[in-house]
Design a binder for this molecule. Structure first.
Ligand SMILES: C[S@@+](CC[C@H](N)C(=O)[O-])C[C@H]1O[C@@H](n2cnc3c(N)ncnc32)[C@H](O)[C@@H]1O
Length: 271
């Protein structure tokens, strides 16, 4: 049964704190993915273009575009940032943009959350792109901290909090990403796909624990429901998570630092 948000998580997720919590943990990896993926666009985002920062969250992709196009002549790029979260109210699967509106549509780490296993969203991307425009879409391949989150969920919540949640289809081998783009109309011959890995390095000890606490606050209610016991057992849960983060196949402890890897599949598809 779904319990209330623990006070420790609420403190890390209310208002602007949510953005900081996200951007100092998994959001850092997602930001590195965005920078990498923007560089895959042939010729880069061209001056005068119109870009969709699709399911933009806190605007990481938009900020990277602005950083990469800092010269005055490049500043005429127009970015539309949309999200289902209250600040940006358009939904990615059904927008008001006209056909062929965008030169680029960047959907950074959001496709796995979309309904119809991503098909409505990719169809909408295809519809709103100009011919010759590019969609850049990615999904997780492997995340060091995912299994630890699920293990803490199972260890502390028993049957409460439900089964660990997973997307209805697996995206980890990249096949679903390719298929859903092709179903939406993108052609295999005009699509480039690759995987790419990012490392998160934190000091072992207090920094790792703080990282684990923020990550538990952000994801503890995503891959399972919060339970009433979570508030009372918060410190034990965070300690367990911090410990597990050091022993995963994707992690390494060396010289007092903990390195955790996370990888993506990214597709750059031309309409
Ligand atoms: C992991 S975040 C990625 C955010 C952002 N693209 C970035 O690079 O940081 C996933 C985002 O997808 C958004 N989202 C999920 N489902 C959506 C939908 N159906 N329509 C629009 N946004 C959606 C969430 O609100 C969240 O901001």
């Amino acid at each position: 049964m779904k319990g209330k948000l623990p006070k420790q998580a609420a403190a890390l997720l209310s208002g602007k704190a949510k953005v900081t919590t996200y951007e100092t943990t998994g959001g850092k990896t997602i930001s590195a993915f965005a920078a990498h993926n923007l560089a895959l666009i042939p010729g880069g985002t061209k001056p005068g273009s119109t870009v969709h920062d699709n399911a933009c969250g806190s605007g990481i992709v938009s900020r990277h575009i602005l950083l990469q196009n800092a010269s005055p002549s490049d500043n005429d790029i127009t970015i539309y940032a949309t999200d289902m979260d209250q600040t940006f109210l358009d939904k990615s699967e059904n927008t008001n943009f006209s056909d062929g509106f965008f030169d680029y549509d960047m959907m950074n780490m959001a496709i796995i959350f979309m309904s119809s296993t991503g098909l409505d969203a990719t169809r909408e991307m295809y519809r709103t792109l100009k011919p010759g425009g590019f969609a850049v879409v990615n999904c997780w391949k492997a995340i060091t901290w995912l299994l630890p989150i699920v293990l803490v969920h199972k260890a502390f919540r028993g049957g409460g909090g439900g089964e660990a949640k997973a997307p209805p289809v697996s995206w980890t081998d990249g096949k679903q990403l390719k298929e859903v783009l092709m179903q939406a109309g993108f052609e295999e011959g005009k699509m480039r796909m690759e995987s790419h890995e990012v490392r998160t390095v934190v000091e072992d000890g207090d920094e790792l624990r703080a990282w684990a606490e923020k990550t538990w606050a952000y994801l503890g209610g995503v891959f399972g429901d919060w339970c009433d016991g979570d508030e009372e057992k918060w410190d034990e849960e965070v300690d367990m998570l911090a410990g597990l983060l050091k022993t995963q196949p994707g992690s390494k402890v060396e010289g007092g630092k903990v390195t955790m890897t996370a990888s993506q599949w990214v597709a750059v598809a031309e309409k």
